[in-house]
Structures are given as structure tokens and as C-alpha cells.
Design a protein around this ligand. Structure first.
Ligand code: PLP
Length: 361
């Protein structure tokens, strides 16, 4: 029998993050982490950190980090909001900006956290379908709606949209807030940050988790008009004043100081990505032309789920989504050259054996 208090429990179907398996022999290409360490200055600042300082609460405005981000992106400090990963920033933005009775719009194939926040906060939403090449159709975002959000590049397709098209979508939706989730922008798309000075309804969200190799520190940020940032802060201060802990504030600020390291790491990943595209095509895979740090690959004959399981046996982890339009694809994070070589060697053998056994069965 149902206990009375159960009637008052908020029911949600949670977001399912990728596995975090442990072991040192494994090749982990399933959650789009950066395979390279954070900037050297981060390690140094960490070793010099004074634990006695943790006695006090952190600065609730995280000004040191907010100001460093403002300088880095040439905006005012009152145009930056920081949070515990971009998930915190986006969740807070859903709560703050998506309060209309009209549906919020995001693509059917995109970051699977968006429908979870919408459901959690009781926000109506619609998911216009990507076209058959997995591209966002900008015409789908022209009607009346309660807000718009999509990643650029989109995830898990990796497809980037040009800035002109992004601007058209923002321009067509000036009565609502448009959020561009730029979790992967540094790997090869154009950022919409410069449009912030032109459109008061634009919030651009970025993260330290992917391009800055700091997923474990949980740092994300949004850039937008001071009025949007003020509204976000009002909601934050009504929920938890101290979202950013001291190490995140200090180490995030430190990471921003080393542009050469940042660009060098990005170049390495982009080079590996382009090389991976070539050998994967030779092995019979196809994929959208990713500008992110992952590929969404489908094999011409072997089912994605079979490859996923076979890779897992070998301790090679990639991401498999058992959802309608993705269930024959694997999302493979771009790792180091060595990690990609392990993946390649296994796939060459596996697909070769598969094609022979399939022929004789
Ligand atoms: C990884 C990711 C995020 C969130 O990352 P955080 O670690 O919370 O900063 C947001 N959006 C997309 C599309 C992502 O892939």
C-alpha cells in the first residue's frame, strides 16, 4: 500500500550521466572529458592553497572568478554569472527565465538534461526535430514560444551552426530569453559572446569541464545583459548563496591565466579528431562532421550496441544512448593519440572478425 507521505514526493525521471568506472587500464571515452591535465598553474595554485581559509564562507559573488571571466571575454563583471558547472548555470536559467505558459523549444536530439529540468520545474516544452542530416532547422524556432535553448555545437551530433544563423534565431525571438549552450564551442565553433552587447535576451553559457580540463572542479558560467545576470543572481541567492567553493574560485581564476596552454591543448584535440575521422571512415563508420571533442559514429553493418558491449569488455568506454534516433550510434570522446590508437586497434580486429563470421553464418 502507498504510504500517505509518498503522495507529496516530487517525482522526476532523472538525467543519467555517463559511467565513471575506475581502473587504470581503461580507456575512458564516454563523458567528453579532456584527456589532458588542467593548466600547470592550476596544479601549482592547488599545492599552495591554505586549508585554514576554508574555515570561512567563500565570497558569495565569487568576484575574483567573475572578474577574471569578464576580462577574458571583454564584458563587464556585471555580465557574468558563475555556477557549479554549466549544469548549475543552465538549471538556474531554466528556473529564472522559462516561466511562460508557452513551450520552451529545444531540438529532439540534444543535451538530454534539458527535458529533465523542464519536467522538474514544470515548464512546458517542445522538441522540434533535427532534419535527416541531424541539423537544427532554424525555421522551427520562429513561432511563438516560451524561450529557446540549444548547444552550439549541438550535442551529441557535434554539428556547429554558423553565427549568422544563430543571430537570426536570437533576432526572431526577442520577446523571450535565448540560451546558447557553448559547452564545446572552443573545439571549433564560433562563440555568440560578441552578440551579447547587441541582444539583451541572449545568455551564452560555457564551462571549464571540457576545453579547460576541469570537469572535477565543477565550474560553469553564463554571459549576458546585466539585467539577465541580476535575475539569475536573485534566484541563486534565494536558493543557495554559496554555490562556488573556494578552490573552484581560486583554481578557475588560475586556469584563465594560461591562454597558450589552453590553445595548445585545443589544437592537439582538434588534430586527433580530424585524424580519427579519417581512420574511422576507412573502418566503415559514418558521422556528422563534428566540431566538438567527440564523434557520433554509426557503422555501416555492425549494430552500435554490439560494438558498445564489445568495447566495454575491453575496458574501452564510449557512450551509447538507447533513445529513438540515436540507438545505432556511439558517441566517442576524442582522447589522446594513444587512447585513440587502442580504440583503433581493437575496432580493426573486431570489425574484421565480425565481417568474416557474418559472411559464413
Ligand atoms: C557537458 C555539458 C554540459 C555541462 O557540463 P558541466 O560539467 O556541468 O559544466 C552542458 N551542456 C552540454 C551540451 C554538455 O555536453
Amino acid at each position: 500500500m502507498k504510504r500517505a507521505w509518498e503522495n507529496n514526493i516530487r517525482k522526476v525521471v532523472p538525467y543519467v550521466p555517463g559511467e565513471q568506472p575506475s581502473g587504470n587500464r581503461l580507456v575512458k571515452l564516454n563523458t567528453n572529458e579532456n584527456p589532458y591535465p588542467p593548466a600547470p598553474g592550476v596544479k601549482k595554485a592547488l599545492s599552495e592553497m591554505d586549508a585554514d581559509a576554508f574555515r570561512k564562507y567563500p565570497d558569495p559573488s565569487a568576484y575574483m572568478l567573475t572578474d577574471a571571466l569578464a576580462r577574458r571575454y571583454h564584458v563587464g563583471a556585471d555580465q557574468v554569472f558563475v555556477g557549479v558547472g554549466s549544469d548549475d548555470v543552465i538549471g538556474m536559467a531554466f528556473l529564472t527565465f522559462f516561466n511562460s505558459k508557452k513551450p520552451v523549444l529545444f531540438p529532439d536530439v540534444t543535451y538530454s538534461f534539458y527535458p529533465v529540468w523542464a519536467q522538474l520545474f514544470g515548464i512546458p516544452y517542445q522538441m522540434p526535430k533535427l532534419d535527416c542530416d541531424f541539423r537544427i532547422r532554424k525555421e522551427d524556432y520562429q513561432g511563438e514560444n516560451g524561450g529557446v535553448i540549444f548547444p552550439n555545437p549541438n550535442a551529441p551530433t557535434g554539428i556547429a551552426m554558423g553565427l549568422e544563423e544563430i543571430e537570426e534565431i536570437i533576432c526572431d525571438n526577442q520577446d523571450v530569453v535565448v540560451i546558447i549552450d557553448e559547452a564545446y564551442v572552443d573545439f571549433g565553433a564560433q562563440s555568440a559572446v560578441p552578440l551579447v552587447s547587441k541582444y539583451e535576451n541572449l545568455l551564452v553559457v560555457q564551462t571549464f569541464s571540457k576545453s579547460r580540463s576541469m570537469a572535477g572542479m565543477r565550474i560553469g558560467y553564463g554571459i549576458g545583459h546585466p539585467d539577465l545576470i541580476r535575475a539569475l543572481n536573485d534566484v541563486k541567492y534565494s536558493y543557495n548563496s554559496y554555490t562556488m567553493n573556494m578552490p573552484s574560485i581560486i583554481l578557475g581564476t588560475e586556469a584563465l591565466k594560461d591562454d597558450p596552454y589552453f590553445y595548445q591543448t585545443l589544437e592537439k584535440i582538434k588534430k586527433t579528431r580530424e585524424e580519427t575521422k579519417i581512420w574511422m571512415r576507412e573502418l566503415g563508420f559514418s558521422f556528422p562532421d563534428s566540431q566538438a571533442n567527440f564523434l557520433l559514429a554509426t557503422h555501416k553493418t555492425v549494430k552500435a550496441e554490439m560494438i558498445f558491449e564489445a568495447l566495454k569488455q575491453e575496458q574501452i568506454y564510449v557512450r551509447y544512448f538507447k533513445s529513438p534516433r540515436l540507438d545505432n550510434s556511439l558517441r566517442i570522446t576524442i582522447g589522446t593519440d594513444e587512447e585513440m590508437a587502442v580504440l583503433r586497434r581493437f575496432l580493426e580486429t573486431y570489425l574484421n572478425i565480425k565481417s568474416h563470421t557474418d559472411r559464413f553464418c
